[in-house]
Design a binder for this molecule. Structure first.
Ligand SMILES: [Zn+2]
Length: 218
């Protein structure tokens, strides 16, 4: 019955590559061979992010990866989160194994979550935790609405824009805990740093972080 249902679904909604939209042979895949061979993989030392011991990411925020993340963020493509989490998990296993007790995420504001219907960083964090067999818990709350970081003209303005924007939900639950914090995209790291500072002020242990992609260092 399940096989039949799958066959029917594939017929009605032919599986397509989540990156380039070419038709796929099987719905077991999310991406096509052509994309798999041409992913903008992040290489070398990652960015340093203040308040974090390490930052890892599978990709540069470019090309099909950038488009797919934008669809995950703005076009309701929540179904992409598990695949991005698989890509992130590969880097986390390799480079951050044993460095965290729990996984959490950089939350968007309640207002944005309400209009969008979900928080894409939470989806990524939850899928990543499932992939890694780790605990995923909310640790931070966004306490004021900020302007879009991408609209800020300078690094200083980005920092100022997010200053004091987050609060630890329950300092007791993060006390002494080593946390792997997840965001969708890391650009300059201003938002991630602000979250790291907030967690450390709440008494967390050492921190590491990851994102689905990062901007190339210029
Ligand atoms: Zn493709």
């Amino acid at each position: 019955m399940r096989v039949l249902l799958r066959w029917l679904l594939d017929l009605l909604y032919p599986p397509k590559c989540m990156l380039c939209h070419r038709l796929l042979e099987s719905s077991d895949q999310m991406t096509c061979g052509r994309c798999d061979g041409a992913l903008p993989e992040q290489e070398g030392a990652g960015r340093t992010v203040q308040f974090f011991e390490a930052f890892v990411t599978p990709f540069y925020y470019e090309g099909y990866i950038k488009d797919a993340i934008r669809r995950l963020k703005f076009r309701g493509m929540q179904t992409y989160a598990p695949q991005f989490a698989r890509w992130m998990a590969a880097r986390v296993r390799k480079e951050l194994e044993g460095k965290y007790d729990l996984i959490s995420w950089v939350p968007c504001s309640g207002r944005r979550k309400w209009t969008r219907g979900y928080d894409q960083s939470e989806l990524l964090a939850r899928a990543l935790a499932k992939e890694l067999g780790a605990d995923c818990v909310p640790t931070l709350k966004k306490i004021r609405h900020t302007k879009k970081q991408s609209k800020m003209p300078s690094a200083g303005a980005r920092k100022a824009n997010v200053l004091g924007a987050y609060k630890a939900i329950d300092p007791k639950s993060v006390f002494g805990k080593r946390i792997l914090l997840v965001d969708d995209v890391l650009t300059t790291g201003a938002t991630m740093s602000e979250c790291g500072k907030t967690l450390q002020l709440a008494g967390s242990g050492a921190l590491v972080c990851t994102a689905a992609a990062t901007r190339r260092k210029t």
